[in-house]
Ligand binder design. Structure first.
Ligand SMILES: Nc1ncnc2c1ncn2[C@@H]1O[C@H](COP(=O)(O)OP(=O)(O)OP(=O)(O)O)[C@@H](O)[C@H]1O
Length: 225
């Protein structure tokens, strides 16, 4: 049987912003179906690493492969939820915003048809955001908006989910519900998750690995330890 490619593979990767070195000569291999929490102090490079996986930030050295492809070529297989999102029109409903961004990124595909509507319903149900999607974004709390944007990242049944502090603003009840859902999706569908967060105690019981960025190094450990 052919080898299944890693969800994320780094081979001697160095990341920097100009003269500011963030990660130096890092190696990493994360399997499909794995749930990894990315931790590190403010400004240590978590967002930059995620953007590099999406092909939005070039590695200074080394090779990055996502699902066996170069990052840009893997983009269609990745669901991404950025740390912050500008709301271009706060009066839009969540459903309308997702439809608009879907058309923007999937230019050339058929319109917002039945299949897509069903997929959106299923994704919204995973994050408990069905009712939220019908309300203007300006009337949602920060944690409610996060659930909506997480549904959007899940919409296309990605093989890899890259989440930049998705739990920020969510209360404990919803953090646990979302973590339970993500863990189950990893087990049941083989989707891999890389998720940054600062509240490690809550996340550890649900994750397989902890990936720490510190002193320009990436250190992978068992999340339970
Ligand atoms: N667009 C940019 N231009 C120049 N330097 C940048 C840029 N974005 C980030 N940096 C530099 O890279 C460092 C790491 O930023 P990054 O956003 O990756 O950190 P982070 O670990 O995600 O931080 P946080 O926990 O605060 O979200 C920053 O401290 C900053 O010095």
């Amino acid at each position: 049987m052919a080898d299944i490619p890693s969800a994320i593979l780094l081979d001697r990767v160095t990341l920097s912003h100009g003269a500011r070195l963030l990660v130096e000569k890092a190696d990493l291999a994360l399997k499909p179906g794995s749930f990894t929490v990315l931790a590190g102090a403010n400004g240590h490079g978590k967002t930059t690493l995620m953007r590099a996986l999406l092909g939005l930030h070039p590695a200074r050295e080394g090779r990055i492969a996502v699902l066996g492809r170069a990052p840009r070529a893997a983009r269609q297989l990745i669901g991404y939820m950025p740390q912050e999102r500008r709301l271009p029109a706060p009066q839009l409903t969540g459903r309308a915003l997702i439809a608009a961004s879907w058309h923007g990124t999937r230019f050339g595909l058929p319109g917002w048809g039945r299949g897509l509507a069903d997929d959106l319903k299923a994704a919204l149900s995973l994050t408990g955001a069905e009712a939220l999607a019908e309300q203007p974004l300006s009337q949602l709390s920060g944690g409610e908006r996060q659930r909506l944007f997480l549904a959007e990242a899940l919409l296309d049944k990605p093989a890899l989910l890259v989440l930049d502090e998705p739990l920020s603003g969510m209360d404990l009840h919803w953090q646990q519900k979302i973590l339970t859902m993500l863990q189950a999706r990893c087990r049941e569908t083989g989707m891999a998750v890389l998720m940054s967060c600062h509240g490690l105690d809550i996340v550890r019981p649900f994750a397989d690995h902890l990936l720490q960025i510190s002193e320009h190094k990436l250190e992978l450990s068992d999340a339970a330890l």
